[in-house]
Design a protein around this ligand. Structure first.
Ligand code: AMP
Length: 194
């Protein structure tokens, strides 16, 4: 099974992706996680991505597309994967379409978590509090200024992907404001239909 989870920052993509991994034995490919790992490891990609990530901007399409293409070739992706945080721009979506075609793969569904933007800042604050309470370091971009920028980037560059995937017939929308369990149930309902 090959899926894309679409939705603004704080929509719950990571939480739902983790549940899909457990239920379906597929891997979660989070470009945000991959880039954060590259920053931590101090690789060339990490050095290029660090400042733009901290400000809440988007890393260049070329870098992210390269990272995803290499990752999909790993053997653990053979059973399927969930793309979380990718694609984020129409050029990334077009590159993904070509890339999957060249690898002889096809998406099963693009699941968009529909959320009320007013709730997202609150969710980010809750995530920060929970991480601090658990003794973890919050993400460098989980602060009001960067978060606002991430939302702007989403509206401007990522939201158009709904239309792109509606056009390919792959888009499925789920109410992301429901409880975590209800969102999971709604996603599972979509998956039995694809
Ligand atoms: P995320 O963990 O998905 O919220 O991503 C954190 C940050 O990583 C984003 O704000 C971007 O700076 C960068 N990033 C992650 N995925 C992408 C992508 N597909 N394209 C460009 N930048 C990305």
């Amino acid at each position: 099974m090959k899926l894309i989870l679409l939705g603004p920052p704080g929509a719950g993509k990571g939480t739902q992706a983790a549940r899909l991994v457990e239920r379906h034995g597929i891997v979660q490919l989070s470009t945000g996680d991959m880039l954060r790992a590259a920053v931590k490891a101090g690789t060339e990609i990490g050095r290029k991505a660090k400042a733009v990530m901290e400000s809440g901007g988007l890393v260049s399409d070329d870098i992210v597309i390269g990272v995803v293409s290499d990752r999909i070739d790993q053997p653990d992706c053979a059973r399927g994967f969930i793309l979380d945080g990718f694609p984020r721009t129409v050029p990334q979506a077009e590159a993904l379409t070509d890339l999957l075609k060249n690898k002889g793969m096809k998406l099963d569904a693009v699941i968009e978590l529909k959320v009320d933007e007013n709730a997202l800042v609150k969710r980010m604050e809750t995530r920060v509090h929970e991480m601090v309470a658990a003794g973890q370091t919050p993400r460098a971009d989980d602060n009001p200024e960067s978060f606002r920028k991430r939302l702007e980037e989403y509206r401007e560059k990522t939201a158009p992907l709904s239309r792109y995937y509606a056009g390919t017939g792959e888009l499925r929308q789920v109410d992301g404001m429901a409880s975590i369990d209800d969102v999971t149930a709604a996603i599972e309902k979509v998956l039995v239909q694809v």
